[in-house]
Design a protein around this ligand. Structure first.
Ligand code: SF4
Length: 360
């Protein structure tokens, strides 16, 4: 594949002390050097103590973490930078006028064993971990951040495998989190292999934001391991065209070369991508990467995310314009996820349909 026309910014390694280009490309270096404390955040962005003070309240409720790579996508001079908005703690997370609830999809009520969400008959979701390398401020599982697992990690995963093995209706398992690619690689291989060995499980799916927030994590070893557990689909979450860098393009290409289809599930976020041109550039960029724009989610009413939620009419206007102007291969389905077993409700561009029905 030609890896071209992606965000080729110049990374200033001096921000990180005496490191080499090889360090920068090493995912373990990236994970170890995440910014996770307010003094480090203040140092990196040059924040005053008045700016930092309110962030203490937010950080006391929702912790934060950002990889050096993801930080390198941010324009430090712009407080409303769309990448910054996705990872930088905001006082609005704890000061709101209308707030959501911790678990709007009622996942906890659909867990036959801890961490295993069984909302639809033929598939289930395994929340393999609650850890991520970058904590997205709009995350719909903020409620889980920082909590201890009920048991040892392998026992926790084994109970999920046992449940799936005893449920012949399940043909697909979505392994998500948190980010499952934060798990130890041999443990993840064991988990995927155990699910794969269940006769009635046809397909595995991984949900991970690593290609977006730390693309170095997609290594040849990881791709080999994932390849050995095929059929396996990979879903990621690019929300803005500036996240499509040479590094993330390479990560997606490696997965595709390993025979793993990659799809994208964006979330419609106020101040990030609630704009036709931004969304058009994102879906065009994804198509150039052979990554399928699969869903555009209306942001769930999760506690601490009210400032990200857009009016549905605005989302419909964006999707209508996409329908009119971009090819079908670039079109994501705009959906609202509903609680419990209600499923995903597609939002169609009704005015277009109405216009056409009048024309005939
Ligand atoms: S990577 Fe996914 S699970 Fe982790 S914080 Fe972001 S949206 Fe939430």
């Amino acid at each position: 594949m030609r890896i071209m026309n992606f965000n080729k910014r110049k990374v200033d390694l001096k921000n990180w002390g005496a490191i080499s280009a090889a360090d920068w490309k090493n995912w373990e270096w990236q994970a170890k050097n995440r910014i996770r404390t307010l003094p480090k955040l203040a140092g990196y962005f040059g924040l005053s103590s008045e700016t930092v003070q309110p962030l203490k309240t937010v950080a006391g409720v929702y912790h934060f973490s950002m990889t050096p790579y993801y930080l390198s996508l941010i324009n430090k001079e712009d407080e409303s930078d769309p990448i910054r908005r996705q990872c930088f703690p905001d006082i609005k997370e704890v000061q709101f006028t209308i707030d959501g609830v911790p678990d709007p999809l009622e996942e906890e009520a659909c867990m036959p064993v801890p961490g295993l969400v069984h909302r639809y008959a033929d598939r289930c979701l395994a929340i393999a971990t609650n850890r991520c390398v970058t904590y997205c401020r709009h995350c719909n599982r903020k409620r889980m951040w920082g909590k201890n697992l009920p048991t040892r990690q392998k026992d926790y995963l084994k109970r999920m495998v046992d449940y799936v093995a005893s449920s012949p209706v399940i043909r697909e398992v979505i392994v998500s989190g948190g980010d499952p690619l934060t798990l130890n690689e041999s443990l993840l291989d064991w988990f995927l292999g155990s699910l794969r060995s269940i006769r009635h499980v046809d397909v595995l799916r991984i949900g991970s934001r690593m290609p977006v927030v730390m693309p170095m994590r997609i290594t040849h070893d990881l791709c080999r391991m994932l390849r050995s557990n095929r059929p396996l689909w990979f879903n990621t979450q690019f929300n803005h065209p500036r996240e499509l860098t040479m590094e993330s393009a390479r990560a997606c290409d490696m997965l595709l070369e390993a025979g793993i289809p990659v799809s994208n599930q964006s979330v419609l976020l106020k101040g990030v991508n609630d704009d036709y041109e931004v969304m058009r550039d994102l879906v065009y960029g994804l198509q150039r990467l052979s990554v399928r724009p699969y869903y555009l989610f209306q942001c769930d009413p999760v506690a601490g995310t009210d400032h990200f939620r857009c009016d549905i009419l605005k989302g419909m206007a964006i999707i209508e314009k996409l329908w009119l102007n971009v090819s079908g291969l670039c079109l994501p389905r705009y959906v609202i996820d509903s609680p419990g077993r209600g499923g995903k409700i597609p939002i169609q561009p009704f005015s277009l349909l109405a216009d056409r029905s009048q024309a005939h």
